[in-house]
Design a protein around this ligand. Structure first.
Ligand code: SF4
Ligand code: SF4
Length: 339
């Protein structure tokens, strides 16, 4: 029997903390969204990490935390941060990793300490993955996944779809099944960080895929994975005619935190000083002046205002000047359960 995808509604009742504890990384991915000049180049010390975790634990809903970098396992005190979040009662704890798993992390944490290790892989073969993420990244990631699975950790995998790797997405369900991964996140490459600094005219520039390509390939692969028992989450990207548009910045409770203290509510704003909050003296406060929250209020025919500003090349217009389709919030997801 086929499973149907369901749209995950935004909710103020779930708080999600995307915590970049450093921006350093051992890899140099061509599509890396990290921008140290805007987000800070330093690694946070453990006292600051625990203080910031405390600040979010005081919110009405106990949050979910996703530890990110750079490569978060490069931080030698990540296990202390994870255990502190657990003590504070965070609902779920995830570590996003490129798979290199530094500082013996799998032996300094137990499967009860962390809900998921989420591995980033952008190709079903070394040829495609390593052309994006660097030589050796494919085998290192698969080795890390196998070690994590064999030590009893729950694992998931993130595949960032672009013009450079859409053709290998269909091979991913078999690879995931072989690795023992039951949770699959498909993402859209963002024109931010390194890609925003690469001229669109460069011949090997990575691009987003067209609406037609996305709609032809991605839901079908998600369906195939679900039939194999793998649960899949993927962004909606384009809204159907008449479907209401919502901006997560207005109706959800998400925080994207960086080492320099900037806190964004929209990930597309992270290349600019548009953060609506900042951590000062370990307290979360609103920033004055024009910021992302002012953009969230704008109703435009294209849907997401940040897409209109930073990725206008993605929007096609009809002869009367109206957009051919509306862009959904990048945080609006479809979910399809495996089994
Ligand atoms: S692994 Fe992540 S943080 Fe590191 S270079 Fe690649 S995209 Fe950037
Ligand atoms: S991606 Fe667009 S719709 Fe979503 S939070 Fe950002 S500005 Fe709002």
């Amino acid at each position: 029997m086929m499973n149907s995808p369901r749209t995950v509604a935004f909710s103020k009742n779930a708080t999600n903390v995307f915590f970049h504890i450093l921006t350093a990384c051992n890899l140099r991915c061509r599509h890396c969204y990290i921008n140290p000049s805007q987000q800070g180049a330093e690694a946070l010390d453990i006292n600051t990490i625990t203080a910031w975790l405390n600040a979010f634990a005081a919110k009405k809903n106990l949050p979910n935390v996703i530890f990110l970098g750079g490569e978060p396992t490069l931080h030698p005190e990540l296990p202390l941060a994870v255990k502190h979040a657990r003590r504070l009662g965070y609902q779920s704890i995830t570590i996003d990793t490129n798979g290199y798993l530094f500082h013996d992390i799998l032996h300094r944490l137990n499967p009860d300490d962390v809900d998921f290790f989420s591995f980033s892989l952008d190709g079903a073969t070394p040829g495609v993955n390593d052309s994006l993420r660097g030589d050796g990244a494919y085998h290192a990631c698969l080795k890390g996944i196998r070690q994590a699975v064999s030590r009893g950790f729950h694992t998931s995998l993130i595949y960032t779809v672009s013009s450079a790797n859409l053709h290998e997405l269909e091979k991913m369900p078999e690879l995931l099944a072989d690795l023992g991964i039951r949770r699959f996140f498909i993402q859209v490459v963002g024109i931010r960080g390194k890609l925003a600094q690469t001229a669109a005219s460069e011949p090997d520039r990575i691009n987003q895929v067209s609406p037609d390509q996305w709609l032809r390939e991605v839901p079908a692969v998600a369906q195939k994975a679900a039939m194999m028992g793998i649960s899949v989450t993927y962004p909606r990207v384009f809204l159907k005619t008449g479907e209401p548009f919502e901006c997560a910045g207005r109706v959800a409770d998400n925080y994207f935190i960086f080492p320099n203290g900037r806190v964004y509510q929209c990930p597309l704003c992270e290349d600019y000083p548009l953060h609506s909050k900042i951590l000062e003296n370990n307290r979360l406060i609103s920033t004055p002046g024009i910021n992302e929250a002012d953009l969230f209020k704008l109703d435009i025919p294209e849907g997401c205002v940040m897409n209109r500003i930073i990725q206008p090349g993605n929007i096609r217009y009809l002869s009367d000047g109206s957009p051919e389709y509306r862009i959904a919030c990048c945080l609006l997801k479809e979910e399809i359960y495996g089994g």
